[in-house]
Ligand binder design. Structure first.
Ligand SMILES: NC(=O)c1ccc[n+]([C@@H]2O[C@H](COP(=O)([O-])OP(=O)(O)OC[C@H]3O[C@@H](n4cnc5c(N)ncnc54)[C@H](OP(=O)(O)O)[C@@H]3O)[C@@H](O)[C@H]2O)c1
Length: 267
């Protein structure tokens, strides 16, 4: 079956304007799937929409929206109601910098929660419900290996990504018999525009992959959920998924301190 037969005619890509989301959009569009892109920055949204139209001639709609808003689902439904959305992608990180949990502004701590558990739960419930009724579709979540152990200076982000991953695992088991593929891809480091802008890419400390590679593997593995870890990131994933939770938390702390020398000064 082609991607279009399996996941068409429309795909909703939340976090689809750049990086991994953009590359997934381009691959889906080349297969003839119409695309709805959601992101905050209008310029990147418009530019990616134009690339999709030029490359593939598919229909593209854009929604400029911060998904941390309480009315995010209603705003998305204003565009998607009446369209058959066969694929949902969640590709939003949403961490607002690094820092000790209790010293961060509550609003910053909550951003990761709103952008991940709350948004993904609402989206998966709404769009997944329609897919289950139709007996086909897919839900894909780009996660983080940080969601597999408490993230030092990234507490709410790592906890939020843990929720996302566990939700995907549960939905995979429930939705597979109903014809819906569900996959989480927890990644270690990818040189996406956002990550490059954050200044935290360190090739010596981590196996950095390209957004295009993540996109290709995500679509290849979508029928084989619930969780897929890129070969480049398996050692890191395995090192955190141990019953020795103190070691996992310490490993995350040590990595963060190496990655962010300024964090060391604050300890
Ligand atoms: N890059 C890495 O090294 C890395 C490592 C581990 C996990 N991940 C995961 O990989 C995914 C992609 O990350 P990324 O590095 O590309 O960064 P990102 O900042 O999450 O950006 C990805 C996309 O999401 C959009 N976006 C971000 N916040 C949004 C919001 N509040 N509302 C609506 N759209 C929003 C961005 O566009 P706008 O900014 O215009 O909104 C962009 O299109 C995330 O799930 C992240 O957790 C990335």
């Amino acid at each position: 079956m082609s991607l279009k037969e399996r996941y068409g005619p429309w795909a909703l890509l939340v976090g689809g304007s750049e990086g991994i989301g953009e590359h997934i959009a381009r691959k889906l569009a080349k297969d003839g799937i119409n695309i709805i892109l959601v992101a905050r920055k209008p310029e990147a949204l418009a530019a990616t929409a134009q690339i999709l139209r030029d490359e593939s001639g598919v229909e593209v709609r854009t929604i400029q929206l911060d998904i941390s808003r309480d009315d995010m689902l209603e705003r998305i439904q204003e565009v998607t109601d009446g369209l058959e959305v066969g694929l949902l992608l969640h590709n939003v990180g949403g961490a607002k910098g690094f820092g000790p949990f209790v010293d961060c502004k509550l609003d910053h701590v909550m951003a990761a929660v709103r952008n991940n558990p709350i948004a993904l739960t609402k989206l998966a419930h709404h769009f997944g419900g329609a897919m289950a009724k139709r007996g086909r579709g897919g839900i894909l979540m780009i996660g983080s290996i940080a969601g597999n152990a408490g993230g030092y200076y990234l507490a709410s982000y790592s906890a939020a990504k843990a929720w996302n991953q566990i939700l995907m695992e549960a939905l995979w088991a429930e939705m597979q018999p109903r014809g819906v593929d569900v996959l989480a891809i927890p990644i270690g480091a990818a040189n996406t525009p956002a990550r490059i802008r954050s200044g935290t890419i360190d090739d010596d400390q981590m196996n950095v992959v390209s957004p295009e590679e993540v996109a290709q593997q995500a679509l290849d593995q979508l029928p084989h959920g619930p969780v897929y870890v890129l070969p480049e990131h398996r050692d890191f994933f395995d090192s955190l998924n141990t019953p020795q939770r103190r070691e996992s938390a310490e490993a995350q702390r040590d990595l963060l301190l190496k990655m962010l020398p300024s964090a060391q000064a604050k300890v």
